[in-house]
Write a protein that binds this ligand. Sequence first.
Ligand code: UDP
Ligand code: MG
Length: 317
Amino acid sequence: MLISLVVPCFHEADTVRRFHDRVTREIGPLAPTTAFEFVYVDDGSRDDTLTHIRELAATDARVRYVSFSRNFGKEAAMLAGLRHATGDAVVIMDADLQHPPELIGRMISLHAQGHDQVVARRNRTGDRFTRALTARAYYRLVNRLVDVEFVDGVGDFRLLSRRAVDAVLRLTEYNRFSKGLFAWIGFPTATFSYENEVRAQGRSKYTFGKLLNYGLDGVLSFNDKPLRAALYLGLALLTVAGLYTAWIVGDALVNGVDTPGYVTLLVAVTAFSGVQMVMLGVIGEYVGRIYYETKRRPHFLVSETDGEPHTRPYPGP
Ligand code: UDP
Ligand code: MG
């Protein structure tokens, strides 16, 4: 059996060698039954990441790689890795050793027991308290909104069987939210927990702003329920406004008009225009997504792969 290890790398010059050595040591004992290939995806790093990967490829025949023309993001890097991988199963791992390589063996044996997806779920030891808390609140909210189930602590560290990989590759949407895509394809799935590891070196590329956008993507890419929510909110406000109008008119008919009521007016106008802006924003999010989808642009551009400069378009799905 051949296992492909797909590793997205962005500015990982400090870590990629350590990663390679560590993983090589961990998978050594599995060698008799399992062959491995490394698929490094350099996501347009401007540091020496690609140089290190080239050197690894020159010294280790198991190493293959793809290098992007610029930074296209981790989602694109994972997609490229999945397309490039030839294994009977694929394990997706971060280059920063936050995904413990000693779990690979366990993943493979669970896969051998017939699971198409083997998911490693991290607990949040060592995470900042605020981050853990926002994550918990977020998942609670999202699972109410979204049809597929999102689990806290489940990231991209997972094994996918060949048919699961092929299923993911058939989903060609431009806005990729892998967590959701993996949940969407289904197939027998095994999950196990592991102790969180603090990043070995360098720092996380995910700032608060990026995480916020990521979270929003999670809600928006998987259904149109926010539109539905906007509709209901509008209807509810309309009902309240109708009742209030009836009451005001009735009051004026019975008691005559004697209140200027400019505060009421001001509040009503600002509140309603605020609500309208929010709803427009929700619609705009979807329109923007449609805009990007209709362009049908490739998810990434490759500048070099497995030692060859890349001239032709990379094969699509
Ligand atoms: N990564 C990438 N492209 C990016 C950002 C990150 O390929 O634009 C890679 C990065 O090199 C690492 C993995 O994605 O291997 C996870 O990134 P990071 O450790 O910064 O994120 P965190 O662990 O905080 O979620
Ligand atoms: Mg990390």
